[in-house]
Design a protein around this ligand. Structure first.
Ligand code: PMP
Length: 427
């Protein structure tokens, strides 16, 4: 089956409009560790996928999955020690404010639980979010996605500009003044909700603003934002679906960002591909939610989720993957930053651990985003056997986010391919 033939079948079977990456889509048939293999047997270094955090087809996780599935898999209305132990282990990865966990099957569901939990706890309705974020695809959560501050029709939602130093909200400000300017937007959104949005319940952010393009944030912004939220009687929801689970070189993105959340949402990497997500909070918050909803989720909180979730944590700890993130990610970001001076089209290199963004621009004066160039770079890297994709608020950031098992040798090979790509495009 040719790529074109399979694409045409896919358009009919799934409905055209289901997006595919790359000018010529990739037809992959197998994965192993940080590698993907196409139908012709060609190997690609996966520098995009965070879900298979401990590697594609990780044998330890696959073994745990098949052993559990061959023993017992059932819904959550029976006692099962594995589920309890997994919730305990997950909660213990956070500070003492996080005690209990509600499992679900996707980041969207876990964010829904978080938002509802905050609304029950505060008795208020209003939610503040950043204006180029993504938190999920349900009716409620999708309204918190890339809507401009003025564009949201939902009276209970307010978008604020995401904090960044690269394209600051106002020019000519010091970093401290810029921080105040962003905080003033948060204060205004809270006041607006209190006036006319059912009151203020929560601020929800991706701790490292991943979908926004991994901006460098004015120093101290999140700590001050969390203070402001608490002073207004609200709760802080950290969406760690992308930021968490070792991605930044520590367990949680909120540590990098310097704040302490009330509610933590995790998803993507938790099950290395098995649908598994969680909303974690204090026991009081979790029990407040349970009392109001009698929450049940057929596939969640199952022995299978627990066995796989445990196996993923085992591998992260056993193989020192968080240390690997710091060891490989830091020098990779540094090396890419060194390329910046050599090509005007690279406006900025940002990120944390093994999550790096290369911002492509039309020229250094205007910093006009160049989404076409980001797509071009990513297509050419793919042709050389390295998988990335454009992302960010303007679609112009080449996103580098490999499985946590990504090696130093692959990072070096990638830099060669990156240099070759720059040479082709820059001359
Ligand atoms: N939060 C963030 C920060 C995400 O990036 C995503 C997915 N890209 C989600 C939540 C939603 O997760 P899911 O697709 O599992 O519903």
């Amino acid at each position: 089956m040719t790529v074109a033939g399979l694409s045409a079948r896919r358009d009919k079977a799934l409905g055209a409009g289901a997006a595919l990456f790359y000018r010529t889509p990739l037809h992959i048939v197998r994965g192993e560790g940080a590698y993907l293999y196409d139908a012709d047997g060609r190997r690609y270094v996966d520098m995009y996928n965070n879900v298979p955090c401990v590697g594609h087809a990780n044998p330890y996780v696959v073994e745990a999955m098949s052993r559990q599935q061959a023993t017992l898999n059932v819904h959550s209305r029976y006692l099962h020690e594995g589920v309890v132990a997994f919730a305990e282990r997950l909660a213990a990865l956070h500070g003492p404010q996080i005690e209990s966990v509600i499992f679900s099957c996707s980041g969207t569901e876990a964010n829904e639980v978080a938002v509802r939990m905050a609304r029950f706890a505060t008795g208020k309705r209003g939610i503040v979010f950043t204006d180029a974020t993504y938190h999920g695809n349900s009716d409620l959560i999708s309204q918190m996605t890339r809507v401009s501050a003025a564009g949201s029709k939902n009276p209970e939602l307010r978008a604020i500009p995401f904090p960044q130093t690269y394209r600051p909200l106002e020019s000519g400000l010091s970093e401290a003044e810029l921080c105040e300017a962003y905080l003033a937007r948060l204060a205004a959104a809270i006041a607006d909700l209190e006036r006319d949005g059912g009151g203020f319940a929560a601020l929800i952010v991706c701790s490292i603003f991943a979908n926004e393009g991994l901006p460098d944030v004015p120093k101290g912004f999140m700590a001050r934002a969390a203070e402001m939220v608490h002073a207004a009687g609200g709760l802080v929801i950290a969406d760690e679906v992308q930021a968490g689970y070792g991605r930044t070189g520590g367990w949680w993105g909120y540590d990098v960002a310097g704040f302490v959340p009330d509610i933590v949402v995790t998803g993507k990497p938790m099950g290395n591909g098995l649908p598994l997500a969680a909303t974690a909070a204090s026991r009081a918050l979790v029990e407040g939610f349970r009392a109001k909803t009698r929450y049940f989720n057929t596939f969640a909180s199952s022995p299978l989720q627990a066995a796989v979730g445990m196996a993923v944590l085992d591998v992260i700890e056993r193989d020192g993957l968080i240390e690997n993130v710091a060891a490989v990610g830091g020098p990779l970001k540094q090396a890419l930053a060194e390329r910046q001076g050599g090509w005007d089209a690279i406006g900025d290199v940002r990120g944390h651990g093994l999550f790096i963004g290369v911002e492509m621009i039309k020229d250094p004066e205007s910093k006009a985003p160049d989404a076409a160039m980001a797509a071009e770079v990513s297509n050419r890297l793919k042709d050389k056997g390295f998988l990335t994709a454009p992302a960010g608020a303007h679609g112009n950031v080449v996103k580098i986010r490999p499985p946590l098992v990504f090696s130093q040798a692959d990072a070096e090979a990638f830099l060669e391919a990156f240099d070759a790509t720059v040479a082709e495009l820059h001359g």
